[in-house]
Design a protein around this ligand. Sequence first.
Ligand SMILES: Cc1cc2nc3c(=O)[nH]c(=O)nc-3n(C[C@H](O)[C@H](O)[C@H](O)COP(=O)(O)OP(=O)(O)OC[C@H]3O[C@@H](n4cnc5c(N)ncnc54)[C@H](O)[C@@H]3O)c2cc1C
Length: 378
Amino acid sequence: NIMFNEWGLNAEERQVALQVLTEVAIMSPDTIDTLDNVTVHEYLAQYNNLPRPVYEYFAYLAHAFNVGLVDLVPMSETVKAFQRLMNQPLGYPAGGYGRMVEDMAEVVKGNGGEVKTRARVERIIVEEGRVTGVLTRDAVFRAPIVVSNAGIQPTVLKLVGEQYFDRSYVSYVKDLLPSMGFTGCRYILSKPVLSCGLYQIWSEDAWWNLERFDRARTGEIPADVVITVTVPTNYDPETGPPGKQLLVLGTPCSPDPQDKMIRALWKKTDQQMAEIFPEIVPYVESREAYAGPAQVAAVSRDQVMPGQGGEAVGVGVTVGQCGRYKPSARSPLPGLFYVGFDAGSSAFMGTQQAVDSALKVAPMVYRYHLEKRLSTAR
Ligand SMILES: Cc1cc2nc3c(=O)[nH]c(=O)nc-3n(C[C@H](O)[C@H](O)[C@H](O)COP(=O)(O)OP(=O)(O)OC[C@H]3O[C@@H](n4cnc5c(N)ncnc54)[C@H](O)[C@@H]3O)c2cc1C
């Protein structure tokens, strides 16, 4: 009712809104799977009398949570996002994301593994039609299995090289569409001001379809933008300086690190934050520089396709490329697997899909290892 009041729905519109939201909330996994090929826009168009704010809410989810555009994101992914948001509380890892990764590294080491940092892989070595290891600047690591987290496009097009794959597979990989980028920054407030852990901000002008994205690319920044604000210190005070409040906030943007819209969106986001949360303004002690597609392309995902490389979640967020159409984690090259958002996963947001992929790829790799043992024993 709070949302329906905000949206200004009359009694008849409330009935329709309730019907649509209920259908989505209780949709079975089998029905969700049938929507991999239906965009959010197409799905909602079947309702003649759908109140506009309901359309805009799902368009917002597709934009903010699936990091895509309402006319390209499949309804299946947005239903998963909606059900996840409604059914499970959101959280933040104690100690922050960096701490979580450090803990994982300890588990690897505790089980006899070795973690090498600052050791960028420059090539994945292929000999006689199968992978045989990786090459870094200083060393060669020989291995019959390579699991790449570098993104499917950088792995195929750069680290291995197109020449080792069928042309049709190379075309398939090149045709995978990027998600939107995300650009954000951190505010440090001199004292706790905001009470929630997460704020989601959108309006009728803020979500994007292809037309709005194109307009932003030509420099026409919309009146409002979608903003997600997380307050990590409200989950774990130790994620920020003692007694202060940390806000991590940002907005979706082009995945192209060179796109000029990104800088314009920083200004818009700061303005909108001050309008929506005037109570924080006197307490903003510092605001760090915005990060986004340029940093993603520099540290996490090599730019191998024009106009992308700074995608926030990865590739495969559009119809025909996610859900049951998500790229397989097993590459056509024997011994080469992909892990991470780009392949083998289907779940909620970026990190959940990456983890889901890892949980599915691990047994796949183990089975391959067993197969290889059997074949070498013959
Ligand atoms: C600003 C921003 C905010 C986000 N917020 C959220 C959020 O709130 N919730 C959420 O769920 N998701 C969020 N995401 C998305 C999420 O971070 C990604 O979807 C997720 O990290 C993808 O995981 P991955 O394992 O596929 O890739 P990554 O996390 O990018 O990991 C790839 C790793 O491979 C390494 N690598 C790449 N190339 C090489 C190479 N050649 N040699 C060696 N190592 C290499 C990289 O350094 C990196 O460590 C956000 C993304 C951005 C950019």
